[in-house]
Design a protein around this ligand. Structure first.
Ligand code: IMP
Ligand code: MG
Length: 330
C-alpha cells in the first residue's frame, strides 16, 4: 500500500515520463494521477516501439489496467486532452477533476502575444494566463465543458480511496514560481507538496517522493544555466535535445548543480532519486539493467549523487525504452 509522487529536480525534461511508465508497470498502481501546471509539459514515453509525447495524460497509460486521472490543480486544454485519449485508446479509464481550470483560446492568444511571455520564453500553451484567470476568479472549470462531461470525476475522492497511487508531477523544481529562477519560471509551484495538493492528497498521505534528475542539465526558455555549452559542442557529445512541446533546441550544461539539487531534495522531501540518461553521459552503460554491469566511472557518479544529496539512488535510466532501468529499490 503506498502513495508515491514523482517530481523533477531540475528544469523539466529530466525523463519523468520514462520513470513514470516504468513504475506504472512494475509497481502496478490502481490509479496514476497527473499534477503540475498543464499542457506546457511534454513527457516522452517509448511503449511497444512507439514514441508518445504526452502533454495532458499521464505516461502511466502504458499500464492498461490503471485508472488515469488529471488533478484539480492541472490546467486542461480539452482539445489536447481528447486527442491524447484517442491516441492512447484509454477512453474508458480516464477522468478529469471537476474543479480543473480550462485553458481557453483567449488564454493561448494572450500567452502568444505577451511581451513578457516572450521574454521568459514560455511554451505559449496558455498555462500562465489560465492560472492567472484562476487566481483572479474568472476561470472556466472543467465541469462546465460539455465535451469533458463523460470524463468528469472527483479526483481527491478517488485517490484517497485507493491503496496504491502513483502521482506524476510536471516541470521541474527550478521552474517553480516560488523556489525557481524567478521570473524565468512557470506559473505554479512545482514541488512535491503542491503536486500532492494538485491531486488532493494531504502531506501525511504521501509515502515516497522520487526526485528525477538527468545526468546533465538542460533548460528550454530563458534564465540562468551555469556551465552552459554551445549547441555544436552539445551535439558533438550527444547531449543536444529538443523540446517535446515546442520543438525548441534545449540549452545544455554538462554539470549537475549541487546547491540547486540539495535545495530541491530538501524542499521536495525526496526519499529516493531516479537518475536518467546515464547512457548519454557514459555510452558504455547503454541498455544495462544490473547495477553490477555499470562501469567504475558510472558507479562513481551514482555514489557522488548519493553522497552529495544524502538520498539513495533507487532507479537508473540506461536507455530510451521504459525497461532500460536499473531498479535498486529495496
Ligand atoms: P510556461 O510554463 O509555458 O509559462 O513557460 C515558462 C518557462 O517554463 C519557460 O522557460 C518554459 O520553457 C518552461 N517550461 C514550462 N513547462 C516546462 C516543461 O514541462 N519542461 C521544460 N520546461 C518547461
Ligand atoms: Mg518535457
Amino acid at each position: 500500500m503506498s502513495k508515491n509522487i514523482v517530481i523533477g529536480g531540475q528544469y523539466g525534461d529530466e525523463g519523468k515520463g520514462k520513470i513514470i511508465s516504468y513504475l506504472a508497470i512494475h509497481d502496478n498502481p490502481e490509479i496514476i494521477a497527473r499534477g503540475g501546471v498543464g499542457p506546457n509539459a511534454g513527457h516522452e514515453v517509448w511503449h511497444k516501439g512507439q514514441r508518445f509525447g504526452m502533454r495532458m495524460l499521464s505516461c502511466g497509460f502504458v499500464n492498461e489496467k490503471a485508472r488515469i486521472l488529471i488533478g484539480a490543480g492541472v490546467a486542461v486544454n480539452p482539445e489536447v486532452f481528447l486527442k491524447e485519449v484517442e491516441m492512447t485508446k484509454c477512453d474508458g479509464r480516464v477522468g478529469v477533476d471537476k474543479r480543473s481550470t480550462v485553458i481557453t483560446k483567449e488564454n493561448i492568444e494572450r500567452d502568444s502575444a505577451s511581451a513578457n511571455s516572450a521574454k521568459i520564453g514560455t511554451t505559449k500553451t496558455g498555462c500562465g494566463p489560465a492560472v492567472s484567470d484562476r487566481v483572479n476568479r474568472v476561470a472556466k472549470l472543467a465541469a462546465e465543458v460539455p465535451e469533458l462531461a463523460k470524463y468528469i470525476t472527483d479526483v481527491p475522492k478517488e485517490v484517497n480511496a485507493a491503496k496504491n497511487v502513483l502521482v506524476e508531477g510536471s516541470q521541474g523544481f527550478m521552474l517553480s514560481v516560488l523556489y525557481g529562477t524567478y521570473p524565468f519560471v512557470t506559473s505554479k509551484d512545482t514541488s512535491a507538496s503542491s503536486i500532492a495538493a494538485d491531486v488532493g492528497l494531504g502531506p501525511t498521505r504521501i509515502d515516497n517522493v522520487i526526485m528525477v534528475i538527468k545526468s546533465y542539465t538542460t533548460r528550454v526558455g530563458a534564465g540562468y544555466l551555469p556551465g552552459e555549452i554551445q549547441r555544436e559542442d552539445a551535439e558533438k557529445i550527444g547531449f543536444q535535445e529538443f523540446g517535446t512541446v515546442t520543438g525548441r533546441p534545449r540549452r545544455t550544461s554538462k554539470e549537475l548543480h549541487w546547491d540547486d539539487l540539495r535545495l530541491a531534495s530538501m524542499i521536495n522531501g525526496a526519499t529516493g532519486i531516479a537518475v536518467t540518461k546515464l547512457d548519454i553521459k557514459f555510452p558504455a552503460v547503454a541498455g544495462k539493467r544490473k547495477y553490477s554491469d555499470l562501469t567504475d566511472e558510472a558507479v562513481k557518479f551514482i555514489e557522488e549523487i548519493e553522497n552529495k544529496l544524502n538520498v539513495p539512488v533507487g532507479l537508473i535510466g540506461t536507455g530510451k525504452d521504459s525497461e532500460d532501468i536499473i531498479d535498486r529499490r529495496v
